[in-house]
Write a protein that binds this ligand. Sequence first.
Ligand SMILES: C[S@@+](CC[C@H](N)C(=O)[O-])C[C@H]1O[C@@H](n2cnc3c(N)ncnc32)[C@H](O)[C@@H]1O
Length: 188
Amino acid sequence: MSYWAWKAPLYSCVRTLPPFKNFLEAESTNLSRLFASTATAPVRHLDIGSGTGDSLALFRASAQLICSDASAAMLRRLSIPNPKLLAHAEALPFAEATFDFVSAIGVLEYVRAATRFFNEAHRVLQPQGYFLFTSAPRVPANYLRTLWGERLYLRDEEEVRDALSATQWRVVAHERTFLQEQWLVQKC
Ligand SMILES: C[S@@+](CC[C@H](N)C(=O)[O-])C[C@H]1O[C@@H](n2cnc3c(N)ncnc32)[C@H](O)[C@@H]1O
């Protein structure tokens, strides 16, 4: 059984318990502000690594939201009317310039090939499109997450900036919360 298959039934439940709930609420508030900071609400929006949908409330303003995830077990627990797609962030099944907004909340730390992750988001975005994503820095709280058996690829700000530099992005905002770094970048 894959890691996400056993974690899926517990995932949303654990996130409602303190102290996780408190960290997540602070992170969501900040992400919500970043999402609202773009000039117009997204029309064609792809969410990568949607999981069981815990972050999707952030994106209510998007006209057409497509959800994707690499785990069938997580997607099965995602009950929303939007289109859902089994797909890896590193190989998205969409043509170039399909979306004006892409998001990936809590996903990059599970991806080994950060450059491919950014290449794919860049490819499917229209010019000037936005990518809202989070990364997990090398802080003690993130090392503690590995005690669950999680295989995490922790990255500090400079490592993320390095991976981003392989494609053309403008960093619009970069902020830190307890567990995350939150990034809003724009395709140049
Ligand atoms: C921590 S959960 C975050 C879920 C959701 N975005 C949220 O904020 O609640 C990470 C999700 O990323 C998915 N994931 C992990 N590696 C992935 C990859 N390479 N491509 C796409 N999704 C991936 C996992 O299956 C899981 O559902």
